[in-house]
Design a protein around this ligand. Structure first.
Ligand code: SF4
Length: 277
């Protein structure tokens, strides 16, 4: 009798209905040995060119500005919160100038909440918009007393619920007073992130979207110092109207090189040695 080829044995030679077909035999028995234990961390996701370039820029800015920090003076979280509110539409130098006179009579939320409005306005008058700012400080201090025992909360959600406090101010306080990393998307960070190609123009125009998009490019631990580096560069070199491209230490990685003068001497004349201070 002729034996069918092996690969046809099960299908091409159909069994009769009264024959029970055996279960198919697996080609390989399942692995029954010990389960291997991963001893090394999984390899990191491959860095994109954008991430690598963004981190190079930050490293170079850190070398360029080794003293980068908040240019507002403060001794504690309450003072930082108050001076950050006062810094709207004015220079850090003006705010730093009124700070001693402000915190001598009102060193904490309780004393500021009970402040005489006219007296408070007189102290902060030189910072501009002093009536609105005094109103904000009174309400802010009262909320701290009423809701947080007079202390500055350490959570973003609590901070942004306070009168006059947005995400920008909240991240300044978290990052600098509590060492909780945060990205401060102010006008400089939004502008430079767009020029660096970290975000597109539409994202740069939305502070919350920009904060998340920039944050995705960097380790969280770097967020606060990254903000300082970028703000310092924006204040000194990469100005809104005439960036000093020819004197810029990160020009080689900047896709916007040429938005400002590229001639070294012309650019050097645009560089400011101080920020807003
Ligand atoms: S090269 Fe020009 S646009 Fe780019 S970061 Fe430097 S100053 Fe700004």
């Amino acid at each position: 009798m002729r034996v069918p080829p092996r690969h046809l044995a099960s299908s091409d030679t159909a069994p009769t209905s009264d024959v029970t077909r055996p279960d198919p035999v697996p080609l390989r028995a399942p692995y029954a040995g010990p389960v291997p234990v991963r001893t090394a961390a999984p390899p990191p996701a491959p860095a994109t060119a954008l991430v690598r370039r963004a981190r190079k820029i930050d490293r170079e800015l850190a070398r360029t500005y080794p003293d980068a920090r908040s240019e507002l003076d403060y001794d504690n979280a309450f003072e930082l919160l108050v001076v950050t509110v006062l810094s709207a539409q004015t220079t850090d130098r003006r705010v730093n100038a009124v700070r001693p006179a402000l915190f001598a009579p009102y060193p904490d939320a309780a004393t500021m909440a009970a402040a005489d409005r006219e007296g408070l306005e007189a102290i902060i008058k030189s910072t501009g918009f002093f009536r609105a700012k005094a109103d904000t400080l009174l309400k802010l201090s009262a909320a701290l007393v009423a809701d947080h025992g007079g202390e500055v909360p350490r959570r973003l959600t609590d901070l942004v619920a306070l009168p006059g406090v947005g995400r920008k101010t909240a991240n300044v306080v978290l990052g600098n007073a509590f060492a909780i990393p945060g990205i401060t998307v102010d006008t400089h960070v939004a502008r430079l992130a767009r020029r660096f190609g970290w975000v597109d123009p539409a994202t740069a125009a939305d502070a919350v979207k920009a904060e998340h998009a920039i944050g995705a490019l960097f380790p969280k631990r770097d967020w606060t110092m990254l903000s300082h580096h970028v703000i310092w560069h924006g204040r000194r070199v990469c100005h809104a109207s005439k960036p000093a491209c020819g004197a810029c230490t990160v020009a080689r990685w900047c896709p916007s090189f040429g938005e400002g003068p590229t001639d070294p001497q012309t650019a050097a004349a645009l560089v400011k040695s101080e920020g807003r201070a």
